[in-house]
Unconditional design. Structure first.
Length: 703
């Protein structure tokens, strides 16, 4: 296929432009990996640099968020990208496409496309960069802008300024990071805010998308942007290769294609596009991008002869104060933590703590203790986590740091929840809420009321759970936080499902699902599909339930979110158990357990192992069933899940009783009964049923 002919024959094009376009001379902007290396060298201890740079999953946006939270709240680091004013041939080509009334979106922070537009003779006062919320709300239809004799450039992730009007637009960039950093799952923080959705509804319909300047692994994660585009004709991903022999190779991407010379992540993104977005064809164009554009472009360009040259590390050193040593260890700990390297994260945090202890720096003692507490949490050392959060809390109180007090109370409350100490969790979250009320901080109010709703739900007090979920919902509506609004709707739906008010539960879930679809939040969409499936399962509509579970599984598999995939597999297995397809159920549960083991979510395997135990017990494979119950009991005891321990002990008793081992069965029933009594559940339905079992079995043994 001749790419030039493809472009010439297609009159409706949309370009999505990434940072790779700015690497070639004379622009010479650093690649994502080069800037990451500079950030790490500037912010981290020397002895940690090589180890941090070599982290397999290191992402630029993750580093930027850590840099912002520790050193740069106004994101002045992005100013580096505004220093260069030397567009290259790729910028001139993109500018020429805008001049010919094609649509262009860019995630870049530089101003090189704007400079190229001016160089091509587009009157400066007719160039319209779309940057702020107001810009996007007023200019969601590119054709209308062209009809008004303006030329738009859509800057998807915001910008530090509008260089055409001189307007300071830094808040647009900070808001993009803050809105999604607060709600992140993983490190996918650059996403599409709801106010940009009307543009995305128009900008792709019946058009071909050309993706240029992305490597798939060395730049911003553009998947949320791509998933927001719908009803495309074709997608062309320009895949850079240094030498292409003077001609490009165009390959159609099908779901089963393998291309050894293309990095795995890029290929997977394209395969996911093929299956998840309504598009006719997806193509990979292997080429030297600038060489290709030389064939495509037919305009006069004023390309600067001298190249831009500013080492990012030198710029960082000149633009920011050098972080103190304890802060360097704190930043290194954060990076290790965010990328799952917990032992190194703990080592760096402990080193930083030793430094501030010597300096008697109370504020940083509190921050580092809190960091160590979070590491303890993910490592399953819950008691130690509480101790460190309490130490941090004590210091925050001494400093009268109300935000720190609130945050550490929240941390402690969540740890009590994990340990099933719900009364302690309730008291702690109530204290955090009082502080949030005194601070009149709507974000903290939204979080703390949501926390209280969750605890009341765990306690079975559904009226109070609904009360606090509704409060959290109201605060999130006031904040315009659609992600958390949908989450609270989902929480309320779970309450109604527990109360067997399934119709009402479904109404809330459908609203949550609609929000997730509106903002392109695939992960949340999968969760709400799962919960709708659970309602169908309660109604006995097993086919509909399975359909929802499988849709969620498909979404999560494409996203690659392992914890959600594990959940989906478990739900699907439940349907197979109901239909007595035990082989399929066993296969799905084992796969779910394997995923949880891989990501360290061992507590989630309690229910999975329980199900396997049930399957083997039902099939009279008693020893295999007991083995799974024992494994589940071990995890439940280690993680403080006492209610689950009681359930498992009862199931073990049932397994042994079916084998005729009545004395051993009685022993397990009595152990289970003691746990229920310790949980103050002497009159619960489970305890009363167990009491009856014990009575009958004792009578049988004594006969």
């Amino acid at each position: 296929m001749d790419f030039k002919k493809i472009i010439e024959q297609d009159s409706n094009l949309t370009f999505l432009v990434g940072a790779g376009c700015s690497i070639d001379p004379p622009s010479c902007q650093p690649s994502g990996s080069s800037m990451m290396e500079a950030i790490i060298k500037f912010t981290c201890p020397k002895q940690e640099v090589d180890s941090l740079i070599s982290l397999e999953k290191l992402r630029f946006e993750g580093l930027i968020e850590i840099f912002r939270d520790t050193l740069d709240p106004d994101l002045k680091i992005i100013d580096y990208y505004g220093v260069c004013n030397k567009p290259n041939i790729q910028h001139f080509y993109i500018a020429s496409m805008i001049k010919s009334k094609q649509y262009v979106l860019t995630t870049n922070f530089d101003f090189l496309i704007e400079y190229a537009m001016v160089e091509l003779g587009i009157p400066k006062d007719r160039i319209k960069p779309i940057i702020t919320r107001r810009d996007f709300q007023k200019n969601s239809d590119p054709d209308k802008i062209f009809d008004q004799n303006y030329w738009p450039l859509y800057k998807v992730h915001g910008s530090t300024k509008n260089i055409i009007t001189g307007e300071d637009t830094r808040d647009s960039l900070v808001a993009t990071l803050q809105a999604f950093g607060a709600n992140k799952k993983g490190l996918n923080i650059f996403q599409i805010e709801p106010f940009k959705k009307p543009l995305f509804d128009k900008i792709s319909v019946n058009r071909s998308l050309i993706i240029i300047g992305y490597s798939g692994s060395d730049d911003f994660d553009i998947v949320p942007t791509l998933y927001a585009l719908e009803n495309l004709k074709n997608v062309y991903w320009i895949y850079f290769v240094p030498e292409d022999g003077g001609s490009e190779e165009v390959i159609e991407v099908l779901s089963d294609i393998e291309i050894s010379s293309v990095d795995e992540k890029t290929l997977q993104i394209l395969k996911n596009l093929r299956t998840n977005v309504n598009v006719d064809h997806v193509y990979l164009v292997k080429t030297n991008t600038s060489r290709l554009i030389e064939d495509l472009i037919n305009i006069d360009m004023n390309i600067k002869r001298t190249s831009f040259s500013l080492d990012p590390l030198i710029w960082l050193t000149e633009s920011f104060n050098m972080p103190k040593l304890h802060l360097k260890y704190y930043i290194a700990s954060n990076i290790y933590f965010d990328f799952g390297v917990y032992e190194d994260s703990l080592r760096c945090a402990q080193t930083g703590l030793k430094i501030v202890n010597k300096e008697d720096d109370l504020y940083w003692q509190s921050r580092l203790l809190e960091r160590i507490g979070h590491i303890n949490r993910v490592q399953g050392e819950y008691s130690q986590a509480v101790k460190n959060f309490k130490k941090a809390l004590k210091i925050s109180k001494k400093l009268e740091n109300r935000e720190g007090i609130s945050q550490n109370l929240t941390n402690i409350g969540k740890m009590y929840e994990i340990q099933s100490k719900y009364i302690d969790a309730l008291k702690t979250h109530e204290k955090a809420l009082k502080i949030a009320e005194n601070l009149e901080d709507e974000l903290l109010l939204a979080q703390n009321t949501g926390n209280l709703g969750r605890v009341y739900y765990a306690l079975g007090n559904f009226s109070e759970a609904l009360k606090y979920y509704e409060l959290s919902l109201r605060f999130n509506e006031q904040l315009g936080n659609l992600i958390d609004k949908a989450a609270r709707l989902n929480n309320m739906a779970k309450v109604y499902r527990k109360q067997n008010k399934l119709e009402k539960s479904l109404v809330f879930l459908e609203e949550a699902l609609s929000i997730a679809e509106q903002i392109g939040k695939k992960s949340a969409k999968a969760t709400y599909l799962i919960n709708i499936g659970r309602i169908n399962e309660k109604w006995g509509k097993m086919r509909e339930a399975l359909d929802h579970y499988q849709k969620a599984y498909k979404i999560d598999s494409n996203i690659g979110k392992l914890s959600a995939i594990s959940r989906d597999l478990d739900c699907i297995a439940g349907i197979y158990v109901f239909n007595e397809k035990y082989d399929a159920a066993e296969k799905h549960i084992k796969e779910s357990i394997k995923l949880n083991d891989k990501i360290g979510r061992y507590a989630e395997n309690i229910t999975r192992l329980n199900k396997l135990g049930d399957i083997y017990t039902n099939l009279s494979k008693y020893s295999k069933g007991l083995k799974r119950y024992r494994n589940a009991l071990k995890i439940a005891n280690e993680t403080g899940k006492l209610r689950k321990s009681a359930t498992i002990l009862s199931k073990m008793g049932n397994n042994l009783q079916l084998q005729g081992k009545n004395l051993k069965a009685l022993e397990k029933y009595e152990e289970s009964f003691k746990v229920y009594l310790n949980l103050n559940e002497a009159n619960s339905q489970e305890t009363l049923l167990l009491k009856d079992k014990i009575y009958k079995l004792k009578h049988k043994i004594n006969q």
